[in-house]
Design a protein around this ligand. Sequence first.
Ligand SMILES: Cc1cc2nc3c(=O)[nH]c(=O)nc-3n(C[C@H](O)[C@H](O)[C@H](O)COP(=O)(O)OP(=O)(O)OC[C@H]3O[C@@H](n4cnc5c(N)ncnc54)[C@H](O)[C@@H]3O)c2cc1C
Length: 390
Amino acid sequence: MAAQRIALGRPHPRPLPQRATYAEQTQNAHDLLRAVIRELGHPAREIAADPQLRGALCDWAQVAAPRLLLILTGHFDLAIGAVLALGNGSRYQRSCLDELDTGAALGALMLTELGGTNGADQQTTATWDPESAEFILTTPSPAAIEFMPDVADPTVPKTVVVTARLLGDGRDEGVLPFLLRLRTADGLAEGVDVVRLPDKDSAPMDHAMVRFHRVRLPVDALLGGDWARIEADGHFECALPPRRRFHAAISVLGNGRLDLANAAIASARAGLAGLVNYSRQRRPGAGMRMADRDAVQQDLVGALVAVYAASVLGRQIRDMRADQSNSDAGDALWSMLAKPLLSNTAHRVLMTCRQRAAAQGALRVNRLTDWIGNLEAIITAGPCDVVRSP
Ligand SMILES: Cc1cc2nc3c(=O)[nH]c(=O)nc-3n(C[C@H](O)[C@H](O)[C@H](O)COP(=O)(O)OP(=O)(O)OC[C@H]3O[C@@H](n4cnc5c(N)ncnc54)[C@H](O)[C@@H]3O)c2cc1C
């Protein structure tokens, strides 16, 4: 039902004035996310757990409300998805999920560090303190500053999944995810410093750098799935060897990759449909119809083939992930392949649309530039493309 409503184009994002500032667009995206959750009438965790509904929502957001897409995947895929996949159902995690369910708090992932992150080489530490039965989150050096999660807006409560190197009993236990109420209605958690980053030229988001100074986390902040936990006697128990822990921890990124890939190609379909339509109407001056020119036809046909094939692949992988009986459903490799393939194809096609539509293509009201802006963000970041090492 909810997926049908999305297919019919609801909820309707209110258009922003063309001159809305970057900060206004960012703020509006937060309000829009809460409105979408209200309108769909499902708790956010149900949307997050449904690959078809969540996927349809992401496709719709990229086409109809591009400013929403990237915070949407942060909320549903990266934050709620991680708690659902790796949580232990504790009271702390349930209360965080309750806030995320309605959008009272918005979710994000903090993984990349300023010094550069490749696989599990993060430096941020979570030291287990048996005395207080808490983890102590610390940024040990400037290179370990979190860079650049969308958590800068001081008015938006944020609950984040932060990956950090677990130190216990003097041992390095590898990089694991932790759930942190970064900012509540009362302000930032004690020991958190947030500095807003300058604006990007598109895909408006409230990017920040974040530093931790002995931030205290309860024992249930550890998102260790059924393979890692702190035992009642205070020692860390993990069923996986250290090398496999990070991969298990970030397995949840697969949903985000696939949702962004499919959303990217959805906007390429929309751009191409718009360009075909326009090319049949546009006759520059006394010349021939744009659609009748060989060079234009060649571009349109090439783009159509690429978009068609990429769309089928993306849909197939989404169906696979939705099919509970399919043992390959969780295979992160498919999403890893789909993300660069679909987003680069979409980028190429949208650039063709943008250039072929000429002056009309430059006007924001025609959406091509906003879609391309999101594609740039997806290609660099989505989500946190740091898993380059084996
Ligand atoms: C819009 C946006 C949103 C973001 N949101 C978040 C967020 O919510 N949370 C978060 O934690 N981070 C976020 N980031 C950060 C993002 O995850 C990183 O920018 C991304 O992982 C790339 O890291 P980097 O910028 O440090 O590039 P670098 O790691 O410095 O890479 C520079 C170049 O070297 C190449 N390179 C690096 N290592 C390798 C390798 N091993 N093999 C081959 N090539 C390599 C890269 O492909 C790139 O071309 C966001 C970034 C953007 C742009």
